[in-house]
Ligand binder design. Sequence first.
Ligand code: PEP
Ligand code: MN
Length: 631
Amino acid sequence: MIIVLKTGHSSDELVAIEESVKRAGASPVLIEGKERSVVAVIGAAKLETALFEQLPGVAQVMRVSKPYKLASREVKHDDTIVRIGDVAIGGDQVVIMAGPCSVENRKMLLESAQHLSAMGVTILRGGAYKPRTSPYAFQGMGEDGLKLLEEARELTGMKIVTEVMAPDKVEIVAKYADILQIGARNMQNFDLLKECAEIHKPVLLKRGLSATIEEWLQSAEYILSTGKNRDVILCERGIRTFETATRNTMDLNAIPVLHERTHLPVIVDPSHGTGVRSYVAPLAMAAIAAGADGVMLECHPEPEKALSDGPQSLTFDMVERLLRDLEAIAPVVGKRVALAHKIPAAAKPAKKGHATSEAVAFQGEHGAFSEKAARQFFGDKAKTSPSSSFRDVFEKVVAGDVAFGIVPVENTLGGSIHQNYDLLCEFDVQIVGETKLRVVHNLIANKGTKLADIKRIYAHPQAAAQCERFLRQHPTWSILQVYDTAGSVKMIKEEKALDAAAIASSAAAKHFDMDILKEGIESDPQNYTRFIVLAHGPRDPGRGPAKVDKVSLVYATENKPGALFRTLEVFAKRGVNLCRLESRPIPGKPFEYLFYVDLTGDVHDKSVAGALKDLKEHITFVKVLGSYPSA
Ligand code: PEP
Ligand code: MN
């Protein structure tokens, strides 16, 4: 049973509710969500809902239909995001866990950690206690292995996931590990589950070889049931079927099923799922496409010499290639691979800077695509500051009202957002980063509105341009321009219009509690917008060891034949790659142009610095807009 609390309930009311649950012989577990908070009533006895319905602060009392309660979406609507320092598992991120099957010795473990950390992998796996089918096979290094994992963490900063096999080992494994893994063979080791319910460390619970999803979730419930440990990560690792061509059969069905039934993050282990090195990458990609929150991969410096699971272990080159493919796939399903150098750090005011807030300014209302881009870059906890216009964003950054701003500069269907190019030149800001977002547009209306009722569309001109093909199918609709996608949803909501619709993100529909009449109306699904992150003066957005590999600048040439050619020649001669060129009219000088150029490299690279020096001889004005890691 769950007791849904009224929004704005007092803490005294909550205490009284919890006391009455205890008096009824059950245990209360408070679950705070974004939309609602609930007290789950945990205990064997079947209680009457009437016991709690009349208490002050109670909105509703509901029975939970599932045998697992704290793990179910019915009890907690919001996704659980398991946090270990700056690593987050769940939500919009795809986490990568990788490492050898077993910790074999110091050399191979540290070498693995260094290779993987350089690629941006955030979590190192490796078993110190190994569940082996044969008693004569390598059983793991035990505590010595845990000590090596600790050393690898100190060396690289990676978090550690490692298996615990017995209840009496929970304490020692928890001393070294960041995440305790419960292996497939132990999914129903209830004493082990109960022991893990008493600790404050995330638990990665693998699916049993022949466990149903419902049995698996009940095992998760054991860990959650005390209310002390809320951090369970589920790991699909393949199940036993009649098929013998692979070690196990990856049950990718489990991913959407779990996302529907539970709020817990779901990761996939295609190494044990297939048992064959060459099948791991295709299944890892399929898992991410199916919505998994991460993958666990086995790899080894010399797979053929591995003491366990060599045939399914990847080489480091194979891991690197797979990560690139996963980075390409993740945005299609609205996710981002959280590699260490791309992990969004909370936007903090610079120590010596003058920003008074750590917020990120974006143009539009809550639910705008720009806000999603801000969260993609800075993480789901970033404070965002809605702003009325792009100019407003730039002004807030320069005034120090916010630490950062984020604005779109180009879209794959609609082209450049010219105003932001002009503002970049006008304001004293630096580009400190960029991010690319897949943009899926939706036709959004008030509840009760049908497609046939629509006469007017409120849309941002860019959004309308990106949905041109869909809009052409409805020639009688009049299109009214609004300079804010989420704001257009707010407008028709406030108007209570039943003959109008807006074009915006599903987040905006959710934020304003509106209906989506049609999903995915952009003319081409390859619809991506590139956003740049702005700061006043050079400011590190705290993104760790990100490699600076892009330079943006703007310049003006003299108005004479060959002038542009000579500026471009300086880059060609030094072998500097030009990845974008955009021209804009110079304000107040009709038919004279500014050129916005993006280069591959760091301003401190010899070739780039040399080219910039040479450039000065051929131009009348130049401003380096920023040197930053590309998205
Ligand atoms: C492992 O991850 O090392 C392992 C033994 O996996 P599973 O429990 O899924 O077989
Ligand atoms: Mn293994």
